[in-house]
Design a protein around this ligand. Structure first.
Ligand code: SAM
Length: 222
């Protein structure tokens, strides 16, 4: 497929979404539905290409529907910041806060590239630490929160309950890997979280490839 315009230029049409999915395929491995072999550089996206473009498309449509820009973004689990940069390209956030304890293998070159050209405050530490929460609270409320750090049941449960209180009105909390077979604890914590009635819920799931991820969305009712 030929992509005939700047892929981060906008995301209004189905054609633009298809082009973005195709672009993401080049940025990830076959296990996620991409065109790369795992090469150890850890520079690939850890996302299903369809799910990531559907997620961004949904957020863009939501902005339009609510006539409210997504300005303040919190990412729990920054890694080397690749998805952070992708999202920033579409939303040009006024403020980004991110946290990571840097226990995972990452590419330092990729990390350096993804720290640049954004208004980012990066906190190095565990997401459930009192001190981390104290610092992050100073930047609330957030229009978008992406939870993608500790993938165990208790860790995810804590992140969901700690951070959902930091959303703005109509804010969206997104959780990655809600259908991962490798991390069933995320699914359990997400299903429990969904029992609350102050949110509307949506799931973006594509189960075609070797790795199944899934993005859960909790949209705060005003
Ligand atoms: C799957 S990666 C995040 C990927 C990133 N959100 C993206 O979409 O490109 C998970 C990250 O969470 C971090 N992490 C794991 N447990 C954590 C914790 N308790 N607190 C903070 N970060 C944690 C790891 O170091 C790793 O970089």
């Amino acid at each position: 497929m030929k992509i005939d315009k700047y892929v981060f230029g906008g995301l209004k049409t189905k054609k633009e979404k298809k082009d973005l999915t195709e672009f993401f395929r080049h940025e990830t491995t076959a296990e996620y539905g991409g065109y790369q072999m795992f090469d150890g550089t850890r520079t690939h996206l850890m996302h299903n290409p369809e799910e990531l473009s559907d997620f961004i498309y949904f957020l863009k449509s939501y902005e339009k529907k609510k006539r409210k820009k997504i300005r303040n973004f919190l990412e729990i689990g920054f890694n080397s910041g690749k998805v952070n940069t992708v999202l920033n390209k579409f939303f040009n956030f006024e403020q980004i806060v991110a946290v990571d304890n840097f226990t995972a293998d990452i590419s330092s070159t990729d990390l350096m590239a993804n720290l640049r050209r954004k208004n980012l405050t990066l906190i190095c530490g565990n997401s459930d630490k009192k001190e981390t929460l104290r610092i992050i609270k100073k930047f609330q409320p957030f229009d978008l929160i992406f939870v993608d750090a500790n993938h165990e049941y208790m860790g995810t449960k804590k992140d969901l309950s700690n951070y959902c209180t930091m959303l703005s009105d109509h804010g969206i909390l997104a959780v990655h890997d809600i259908h991962s077979l490798e991390y069933p604890g995320v699914n359990k914590a997400w299903n429990e979280f969904k029992l609350q009635n102050n949110f509307m819920f949506k799931e973006i799931v594509n189960k075609k490839y070797y790795f199944v991820c899934g993005v859960g969305l909790a949209i705060k009712k005003p």
